[in-house]
Design a protein. Structure first.
Length: 260
């Protein structure tokens, strides 16, 4: 089970920091795929002391990297005793999702993100679990433009993000993706945590470059969480030191609010 792997690493490292691997194309467009891979490998090498998880982003990595590259990246992540979550936002019909899950497993990821807007939530999670893959369902994202559908739209008399959380919980999702920016307030986080079991992991992107709020997360999200930082770490001149800074900031709030 993904939860067991995550909790073991979280406790051993005393870390809930997830680092997003989003190498910007403007810096790598003239370079070889191996340069992008080596960039990611170096980030993992430098920051793994402080990271519980890494989140390679399909939008930045899928086209330049092949299956062999991704396997090498995941081998490094696992060697450094972290989990690997493919930020893929999978969303398609059943047969297409099944194919994607097959290759996600072949690439040796531990979990992936899933968009529920084409349906197939339960089916996708059932297929993923047969491969021992965790599934994080996009619920209320950090991007303000997501608000019109995820928060302002209603289904069954409730905001859509709450309906997504209910369906994800019923389908036994391993995690939900909740933004850390102002688009998501404290009540939203508390409401979602009331809907889903305490063992469901809440993954919070939006910290760092997007200006997300760490105290808001720590006060309201329960024990099983991941706080993702991408550009603020990987584009820093000293990624190791920057990862340590975020690790220490998160640790201070964790102690203050006794989340874990």
């Amino acid at each position: 089970m993904f939860l067991d792997i995550y909790q073991k690493i979280r406790d051993e490292k005393d870390s809930i920091l997830c680092i997003g691997l989003d190498p910007p194309p403007e810096e790598f467009s003239e370079k070889e795929p191996e340069d992008i891979l080596n960039f990611c490998l170096k980030i993992v090498e430098d920051t793994s002391e402080y990271a519980c998880a890494y989140k390679p982003n399909t939008q930045f990595l899928l086209f330049p990297l092949n299956l062999k590259h991704l396997r090498e990246l995941n081998s490094k992540i696992h060697k450094e005793k972290s989990v690997s979550i493919l930020d893929h936002k999978l969303s398609d019909i059943g047969s297409s999702n099944k194919s994607a899950i097959f290759w996600i497993n072949k690439a040796k990821f531990d979990a992936f993100t899933f968009s529920p807007f084409s349906g197939n939530v339960r089916e996708t999670i059932e297929i993923a679990h047969k491969y021992n893959l965790g599934v994080f369902v996009l619920t209320l994202m950090s991007n303000f433009e997501s608000r019109w559908i995820q928060k302002d739209a209603n289904l069954n008399g409730r905001p859509l993000f709450k309906e997504i959380a209910i369906r994800a919980e019923n389908a036994q999702a391993d995690g939900l993706v909740m933004g850390a920016t102002d688009n998501v307030d404290e009540d939203d986080i508390r409401d979602v945590r009331k809907i889903v079991d305490n063992e469901v992991i809440l993954l919070f992107p939006g910290i760092g470059a997007q200006g997300g709020n760490i105290p808001k997360i720590m006060k309201n999200s329960g024990n099983n969480i991941l706080i993702n930082v991408s550009r603020a770490i990987i584009l820093d001149n000293d990624p190791k030191n920057k990862a340590r800074e975020f690790y220490e900031i998160i640790g201070r709030y964790k102690r203050r609010y006794s989340t874990i």
